[in-house]
Design a protein around this ligand. Structure first.
Ligand code: GZL
Length: 325
């Protein structure tokens, strides 16, 4: 139930009780919990479960939006389909949640449902990816600098693999992560001797990365000597295709990815990947703080960027056992 409505009803109820010379005797919060405060009901529309990064992000969000932290979380994973994700947001609006959090699968297509949330007086916080809709349709965004991630990956490639023939496994088409990583990487290799043979989406999944890499290898064979994958999971899928083609990943084909999840860092430490740019999935605490601040009527920053780092093979080997995800 929308907190504004509840607050009004509670006030009216309290006034009625006082007027009738009664007082509430059960000493419970609005939701009847013994002595507890009322929980903040939050609808979280997650993209799906397409990658190791997504699993870590979901875990971080569920941990932060726990009952212990004062939340009643309604969770939906949209199987990487934007129409399902928009339907989930509409359902949260109809349920009259206090706030909505979205990890928007793609940048476009959000104006209508965000306007509906605004008209219903339900604040929206974006986490992870961004949208093209007007900033006045959401309260705040917390995420990563995807363009910088792509730029860092591209700069390493020019520094360590200039003159290579490159294939690219792109993330989900139309997602801010894929669009901005492509922009940053492209700018970094501009003017270098790296030749881009092909670029295609693997939808951020291992299966997608494997299938697209199989196609690249059939078409270009061992001309390929550099792979840039927009996330670890597509790079991990590509490893299967590279080995099946009788090539040695990390040597015959230099591999640069983004995320730095455990399986990616393991591949980096054992020499199958060559460089990874981190993309921090632990956004839950910041998102929960933003929800509480917005509902308390506090001014919040429109954008919060969480810092990233990058890893070579040697650095991965050093930190692998201490990685939080
Ligand atoms: C990035 C995130 C991307 C990851 C992928 O913040 O949106 O989506 O890089 C994930 O692993 O699927």
């Amino acid at each position: 139930m929308n907190k504004k409505f509840l607050a009004g009803a509670a006030l009216l109820g309290a006034l009625t009780l006082v007027a009738a010379g009664c007082s509430s005797s059960n000493g419970t919060g609005g939701n009847g919990e013994e002595g507890g405060d009322e929980l903040i009901t939050v609808g979280f529309a997650q993209t799906g479960s397409e990658s190791g990064w997504r699993s870590a992000n979901t875990e971080s969000m569920k941990e932060a939006f726990s009952k212990e932290n004062g939340f009643d979380l309604k969770f939906n994973a949209a199987d990487n389909k934007q129409e399902a994700q928009i339907a989930a947001v509409r359902s949260f609006i109809n349920q009259g949640v206090d706030a909505i959090v979205i990890a928007p699968i793609t940048v476009d297509g959000w104006d209508d449902v965000l306007t509906e949330a605004k008209d219903a007086g339900i604040p929206v916080i974006l986490e992870d990816r961004t949208v093209s809709a007007s900033e006045d349709l959401y309260a705040s965004w917390v995420g990563l600098d995807f363009e910088q991630e792509g730029k860092t990956a591209g700069e390493w490639a020019v520094e360590n693999a200039d003159g290579s023939n490159l294939v690219i496994l792109e993330g989900t088409t139309g997602s801010s992560a894929a669009l901005d990583r492509a922009t940053g990487f492209g700018a970094a290799i501009e003017g270098s001797d790296i030749t881009t043979l092909d670029s295609q989406t693997g939808d951020f999944t291992r299966d997608g990365g494997k299938k697209v890499m199989e196609g690249f290898l059939q078409k270009y064979g061992d001309d390929i000597n550099l792979l840039f994958a927009h996330n670890d999971d597509m790079g991990l899928g590509a490893l299967d295709a590279i080995k099946a083609a009788g090539l040695t990943p990390g040597k015959d084909i230099t591999i640069v990815t983004i995320d730095a999840v455990k399986d990616g860092m393991t591949a980096l430490a054992n020499g199958e990947f060559n460089f990874i740019v981190e993309c921090n999935p632990l956004l839950g605490e910041k998102a929960a703080d933003l929800v509480k601040a917005v509902l308390a009527g506090e001014d919040v920053e429109k954008k919060t960027i969480v810092p990233d780092q990058s890893f070579t093979q040697e650095q991965a080997a050093e930190v692998l056992d201490s990685r939080p995800y």
